[in-house]
Design a binder for this molecule. Sequence first.
Ligand SMILES: Cc1ncc(COP(=O)(O)O)c(C=O)c1O
Length: 399
Amino acid sequence: MNENQSNLAVRKLLAKFSHTDPDDWFLTFKARFGLAVVFQAIYDIYGHGEVITQPYTCITAVNPILAGNLKPVYTDIDPTTLSITNPEKLYSSKTLAIVLQHTLGIIGEDSSKIADFAKKHRLILVEDSAHCLTRMATDNSGHILADISAHSFGVEKVIQNTKFGGAIYVNPALKKKNIDLYNKITSRLLDLPQPPLSLDLRSRTYRFQNGVLHRLPNSIFSDVRNLAYKAHIFELAVAPYEQSGEQSTPYASTKFVNNTILKHLPSLPAIYKRRLKNTKRYEKEFANNPDFKLITTVEQPLLTFPILFKDTATATEVYDILSGAGFYIRRWYSPLLYPGPTSNRRYFYSSKMAPLAEDMHSHVLCLPTDLSPEKMDTILKLLQPVKNPVEKVIKKAKN
Ligand SMILES: Cc1ncc(COP(=O)(O)O)c(C=O)c1O
């Protein structure tokens, strides 16, 4: 399929899964590029101002705010959703927008409250659905709450094999709220240029290169990967310049990216079915576990399942054991503004702004939800011996 045909086919599938209109979806090379277009348009319409967001996130979710000349201001997190809480504490005459991130795919009950708050103060509500492709917060009648919603096909997202691609849903209701903003965002998303040949090539070779890199011994993995990055032949999920608040020019999705998405997107319902089943299994089997806390008990197909340990040392020991047994465990988002900014000042962030996020981030382990039933049995057994599970597992590993 050529670029236009594949673009339409992807949008039709996104619309089908989210009960929306294909015309309201816009495809980008990465979700961060779409977000950059959105914040730049907000700046162009409203001028300088602030965007309420959270530090418990990937740095690529905050860079678009900076790239748009806006200032991020940070709320602490709700410990049951790992997402923003009490935006009213940060509200001022300078506030222009709120980012409602569904961390790990947890769509919290507070979403409506936050949307009401945004509506009351005429703020733009930007939803970050990077972890819950096609899933968006709705009101009781099923209407999408956000003005803009960002979705990702990138590395470590809901669909494993796509690696590149972002999709921005622009709520047609934004036309009534602010037609200039609606026009600016949609026309710029439609006008995004194709990436340069070098980036197109890196996306085509990514899976092969990544496969080769992961066959290297751990001791040289990072060095070889960095060399490949410096030689401009490998695209990192987060590049070093992005940790300094810089962002590349935004690009549109390509024919290759669209066609790769088309190979995998039809299986989204099956992927979600497995992730939901495993999320429920973790919730059920860990319900009375004395050694770590469940952060959430939502019945949703989470990207990963977060558990909270009493301290960093225990979380690290369990991380090493599970990784040693071949499981891919994420420590999202540790450090905050993951994988950590070169300077907090560039991000207008101070640790005093989010004491709970600062306290929790290194105690959280995120368990995979894309495992086969057999692998689920193994990971559950590792974490769930009969008594004092964590101490026992650690002791056993040390012997
Ligand atoms: C919460 C969140 N938002 C946005 C992004 C950006 O997505 P993409 O990699 O498609 O640019 C990411 C991942 O990097 C993310 O974790």
